[in-house]
Design a binder for this molecule. Structure first.
Ligand code: ADP
Length: 562
């Protein structure tokens, strides 16, 4: 926990870092509103704290809150910039929407961040061996923030001198080219559903982090994506959780901390304390991080029994019964609840989300009972993975002292997506680019995103949405919107996952929109700030802990968005 806290608030922040809580960020943003590197933008956009449904809406009104868009038409780059652009980016191949290969799929330079990051980090005195057991890890198996946080936290702990291993299912969809030194270490057997399953264990290095890949010989983790394969996901993660402990036992490894994440690895604390601790694993203590309480790991007793525990032993209020099902037949279990009860410490990803989870939701009672071991620690972003000064995916690099590269990035994205630059010649002012990069699920404020499209269009701005919708109905709604706008000059909706494009969009953005209904922490607003964009968010969870309203004069040193 302490380590996670250190990660959230790096002690030595590079000068070009816009991390949260960095006073440099506030002054950067203030400067960016006021001075020359951002050209003027006549239309004023602000977030009206609209009382309507207690939600925020984008509105154009005359106000003193002025967001200046980056000058973005090549013809309008100032002379000095144009000169430098010619010399520095003379061989840049500008993209076009009719390119056969979209610009984010072009051959991009290979990028190994393992050697990047602050060099002057002080080592901790009390060094530990930490094992993360996780369903996601960026960039090889990332769906959302969980992947980012596991990688960032592991790298931060390594930098501080700890020994770290990440245990990950060897998903079939993982691109092996991103793994260094990949080698089959051993084959062992792990128990599942009455028999022992031959399981391969590979070792490799991802972004400088040692990773242990667990590959069962059955159908688990096969498919083209991290989630949603044709196998039973709950059973696959039950298998994985036990297989990790089994491997620690077989290999005689006794880490100090086993750090589990989300419901997927929620059975591990139960398996540890009720089984493996009685066998040979004595030393480890268990930390659970709850990244999002949306999923509870609903599980039937007989499913839990498949991993070798007696499921009926956990079907009571003190252990793992899903309180919502009490009195129903059959009652269910919740792996998340079980792991809250059985872990030595529980962390959630922001102080405000901690308060929210203690006040609402059916797990509030359990969390209150375990309040003394429950902590809210703000996530951070990996300042090496998200660094506009070194980011390999950007057509031009930049930092707070040199934003010309950001102008190039914006123009590059506008050209590649066919967002009009002719608007600029009619209008001497340039157009702000609003970017929203998000899983398209109800939590993320889908109706606010669609409202924002309308407002941005009405206001003469531009907007790009990059998102994947796991739900078919949401997918088809956004597909309809994407088609509606595909020929226009101001809105683009890209329904897919692309790590590379996400980097380019953050770099191009003037504004990053995060209108979540609830948000345990949220990384998009932090990444946006690191790439010099202004975050516009709903005040909830971690967004409330990281974005401080420009209109709120009570803490002028913190103001960084709205
Ligand atoms: P959550 O974990 O709820 O998805 P976060 O804001 O914590 O939300 O983290 C989201 C992470 O996933 C960010 O790094 C964001 O850039 C990334 N992301 C979300 N959707 C996409 C997408 N379609 N393509 C690429 N990256 C995405």
């Amino acid at each position: 926990m302490i380590l996670q806290s250190c990660f959230s608030q790096p002690t030595s922040t590079p000068r070009n870092c816009f991390s949260i809580n960095n006073p440099f960020l506030a002054s950067h943003l203030k400067r960016s509103f006021k001075n020359c590197c951002f050209c003027s933008f006549e239309k004023r956009i602000l977030i009206l704290k609209h009382d309507l449904h207690n939600e925020y809406c984008l509105k154009s009104i005359s106000s003193n809150f002025k967001i200046r868009a980056l000058e973005s038409d090549a013809g309008q780059l100032d002379e000095a910039t144009a000169e430098r652009t010619k010399s520095d980016y003379g061989d840049l191949v500008w993209p076009s929407p009719i390119d056969e290969i979209p610009f984010w799929n072009r051959e991009l330079p290979s990028w190994d961040i393992s050697s990047e990051g602050p060099v002057d980090i002080q080592k901790d005195s009390d060094l530990m061996h930490i094992v993360h057991v996780t369903a996601e890890m960026a960039p090889i198996a990332k769906v959302g923030g969980l992947g980012d946080v596991v990688t960032g936290l592991a790298r931060a702990c390594l930098t501080r001198g700890h020994k770290v291993d990440v245990f990950l299912p060897f998903y079939e969809c993982i691109n092996k080219q991103h793994i260094k030194e990949l080698a089959l270490t051993s084959t062992y057997n792990s128990f599942y559903d009455g028999s022992w399953v031959a399981t391969n264990v590979y070792r490799g290095v991802v972004s400088g982090i040692p990773v242990v890949f667990i590959e069962p010989s059955n159908q688990f983790f096969k498919g083209q994506s991290v989630y949603g394969g044709s196998y039973n996901e709950l059973e696959a993660y039950l298998f994985f959780s036990r297989a990790c402990l089994e491997w620690l036992q077989v290999s005689g490894t006794q880490p100090d901390i086993i750090h589990v994440h989300e419901w997927q690895t929620g059975s591990l604390p139960l398996l540890y304390w009720d089984m493996y601790h009685y066998l040979s694993l004595k030393k480890p203590r268990i930390v659970l991080t709850i990244h999002n309480m949306e999923h509870y790991g609903e599980c039937r007793q007989e499913q839990l029994s498949k991993c070798g525990l007696d499921g009926s032993m956990y079907a009571n209020e003190e252990k793992a019964v899903d309180d919502r099902t009490i009195g129903h037949n059959p009652e269910r279990l919740s792996l998340l609840k079980g792991s809250i009860v059985y872990s030595n410490a529980i962390v959630t990803v922001s102080p405000t989300y901690l308060k929210e989870t203690l006040c609402s939701g059916w797990l509030a009672g359990t969390l209150i009972r375990h309040r003394d071991k429950y902590f809210g620690i703000l996530n951070g972003i990996d300042a090496a993975m998200w660094n506009p000064a070194t980011d390999a995916y950007l057509p031009a690099k930049f930092d707070a002292n040199n934003v010309e590269g950001k102008k190039i990035c914006k123009l590059y994205v506008q050209r590649g997506l066919g967002l009009a630059s002719e608007v600029h010649s009619r209008n001497p002012d340039t157009v702000p680019l609003v970017v929203c990069i998000s899983r398209l699920v109800a939590q993320k404020g889908l109706h606010l995103i669609t409202n924002a499209i309308r407002y941005v269009e009405e206001l003469g701005g531009q907007m790009v949405i990059l998102g994947k919708a796991p739900d078919g109905r949401v997918e088809s709604e956004f597909r309809g919107l994407a088609e509606l706008h595909s020929k226009g000059s101001s809105i683009r909706i890209l329904l897919m996952y692309s790590e590379e494009l996400s980097h380019m969009l953050y770099a191009a953005a003037d504004i990053v929109l995060v209108p979540s209904i609830y948000e345990p922490c949220g990384l998009a607003q932090m990444i946006g700030m690191r790439y010099g964009a202004v975050p516009i968010v709903r005040k909830t969870g971690g967004l409330a802990d990281t974005v401080f309203d420009m209109d709120d004069q009570s803490q002028p040193e913190l103001m960084n968005g709205t």
